[in-house]
Design a protein around this ligand. Structure first.
Ligand code: HEM
Length: 395
């Protein structure tokens, strides 16, 4: 129970049916107001673009420490990691690793990523029919990211399950989050073991983190968190974007024709996929002091839920917001990678992977014919669990 001047929304926006069909709920939230009290979750939803962006840009008022997840155990478990820290600590942690992910630092990776994407797509096109999730969307990030992070070979078989659990744990403490907690514990224990043994690939991001610890830039505990900070968000997110891209281009062959006739559109197409089917639906924040969002009073200590997936469909910002259009100029304003201090540190890599796959597909595939997809329900990630596809190549 709360007394609030904000409009109230009664639905559980984490129940299966809402995860399957979220967009009407997002529309309802946007129409109710700039900040809406989610009765079931004890948080203010920020579902409109302008206010979502403003909250993300004001990290002094809307804090990430203790604020990312909708439940206390998860907030406690990740307290002090890059995602869940503020101010100087956040800058210090981000400095240890993020320089490895700038466009310039990633440039040498492009050849490898392109080569792997080309090989993968060539093999799948030859088969003609495949699963766009397991055979395509998962295959590329799994062949790139664990090596980049330096994760040892042993233990890799758990990565997808652990990373998915990590995102489930950030929702409210529903059955999905409860099931996820032990798996998050396993991932943290494995990260700690890696730091203890120093078992990371030489020259990798993980090796850099260990060096930073040895030089006294971060503590051993921070080092353990940093080991997972970049791994946990690096798989399901990109996998979601690639799966959604195939689905969207199957539904909109005219858009695929545009991409094929002008591959220069691919970077914008990636923005449009992330706008239209945002891989991460929402993250939280905690109000540091009494404040307001779009004129709605927000008391200090309130939990805020910034719904990127709704902001990206806000008709106040995007013309024809529910139309998938790879040529739209405003796609670049999408908030799917976040923005501000906590804006996605790995988006350069995610974009490179997704663009490389689309470029390889555009060279040979004229049409995607999809079978019945299966959604993989997760508290945060919008993705397919399976997407059978047959490709036509025009030869
Ligand atoms: C399509 C793919 C991806 C999407 C949509 C995505 C989305 C996001 C979003 C929305 C945030 C903002 C969190 C916030 O506002 O609190 C974020 C942060 C972050 N992402 Fe990504 N991400 C993607 C891929 C990746 C990859 C591949 C990596 C690592 C290699 C990565 C690493 C991170 C990290 C470390 C943060 C935390 C940044 C901070 O708190 O300073 N992400 N991501």
């Amino acid at each position: 129970m709360t007394t609030t001047a904000a409009p109230i929304y009664g639905a559980d926006i984490y129940e299966d049916q809402v995860l399957l069909e979220p967009y009407e709920h997002y529309r309802a939230l946007r129409e109710l107001g700039p900040a809406v009290w989610l009765e079931q979750h004890g948080a203010f939803a920020v579902a409109r673009y302008a206010e979502a962006r403003a909250v993300l840009m004001d990290s002094d008022t809307f804090r990430s420490a203790n604020g990312i997840a909708l439940n206390e155990p998860a907030n406690q478990a990740i307290l002090g990691c890059t995602l869940a820290s503020d101010g100087d600590l956040h800058s210090q942690l981000r400095k240890v690793v993020a320089h490895r992910l700038t466009p310039r630092a990633l440039r040498p990776m492009r050849e490898l990523v392109t080569e792997r994407a080309d090989e993968l797509v060539a093999g799948l096109v030859k088969r003609g029919s495949f699963d766009a999730v397991s055979d395509l969307a998962r295959a590329l990030p799994l062949s790139i990211v664990p090596d980049f992070i330096g994760w040892p070979q042993e233990g890799r078989e758990h990565l997808l399950e652990w990373a998915g659990a990590n995102f489930d744990s950030f929702g409210p403490m529903n059955a999905r989050a409860q099931r996820a907690m032990p798996k998050c514990g396993e991932m943290a224990a494995y990260g700690a073991e890696i730091v203890r043994t120093g078992n990371v690939l030489p020259g990798s991001l993980g090796a850099g983190v260990l060096e930073a610890r040895d030089q006294g830039e971060v503590t051993t505990e921070q080092c353990m968190m940093l080991m997972l900070d970049y791994l946990a968000p690096s798989l399901d997110t990109t996998i979601s974007a690639v799966g959604s891209a195939v689905w969207l281009f199957a539904q909109h062959p005219d858009q695929w024709d545009l991409v094929r006739s002008d591959p220069g559109l691919i970077p914008n197409a990636v923005n449009e996929v992330v706008r239209f089917e945002s891989p991460i639906r929402a993250f939280g924040r905690l109000a540091e002091n009494d404040t307001e969002i779009g004129g709605v009073p927000i008391p200090a200590g309130s939990r805020i839920l910034v719904i990127y997936a709704s902001a990206n469909r806000d008709e106040r910002k995007f013309e024809r917001a529910d139309e998938f259009d790879v040529t739209r100029r405003d796609a670049v304003h999408q908030l799917g990678f976040g923005i501000g201090e906590h804006g996605c540190a790995g988006q350069g890599l995610a974009r490179m992977e997704t663009e490389s796959l689309l470029a390889a597909l555009a060279r040979s595939v004229t049409r995607f014919r999809v079978g019945t997809p299966e959604r993989a329900l997760n508290n945060l990630i919008r993705a397919f669990g399976a997407l059978p596809v047959t490709v036509e190549t025009g030869v």
